[in-house]
Design a protein around this ligand. Structure first.
Ligand code: RB5
Length: 145
């Protein structure tokens, strides 16, 4: 598997943890930074990561900012991106099973009740269920046009 990972200055440490974890899982990561706490604008990172994602092939993307909110809102403005803002292992599993999210977002300044790495694993270990969920995704896609 191959993924793209990007963050703003609000999630530098989380990005490092995720990068190591993904590599330990054997996932190839295209890391777009920022690797230091230099102030950047999260819409720019969302755009950069989405453009790279479409250059691909990539299986999924991970976007991080302080809360995960801004970068997920920005990514979801880009045609073809379905970015799920995750809060726990349950929403992570659903993001794949029901929404077939091609990007997931988390916040570097958020205190999660579960380890963010476990949240990511829950998304990675789930499979899209198709069927009625595909119909609903097709309707999301139709909203883009
Ligand atoms: C940056 O200070 C912060 O606003 C950003 O990381 C994010 O939390 C926005 O949603």
């Amino acid at each position: 598997m191959k993924c793209v990972l990007a963050n703003d200055h609000g999630a530098v440490e989380l990005a490092k943890r995720i990068l190591t974890h993904l590599e330990e899982r054997g996932i190839e990561v295209k890391y777009l930074g920022v690797a230091e706490e230099i102030s950047v604008d999260y819409p720019d990172k969302a755009k950069e990561a989405s453009e790279e994602f479409f250059k691909g092939p990539y299986d999924f993307g991970i976007l991080l900012c302080g809360t995960g909110i801004g970068i997920s809102i920005a990514a979801n403005k880009i045609k073809g991106i379905r970015c799920a803002l995750l809060s726990d292992t349950y929403t992570a599993k659903m993001a794949k099973e029901h929404n077939n999210a091609n990007m997931i977002a988390l916040g570097g300044r958020v205190s999660y009740k579960e380890d963010p790495l476990k949240i990511i694993d829950s998304y990675l270990d789930a499979s899209f269920l198709g069927g009625r969920h595909q119909r609903r995704i097709d309707k999301i896609t139709a909203l883009e046009n």
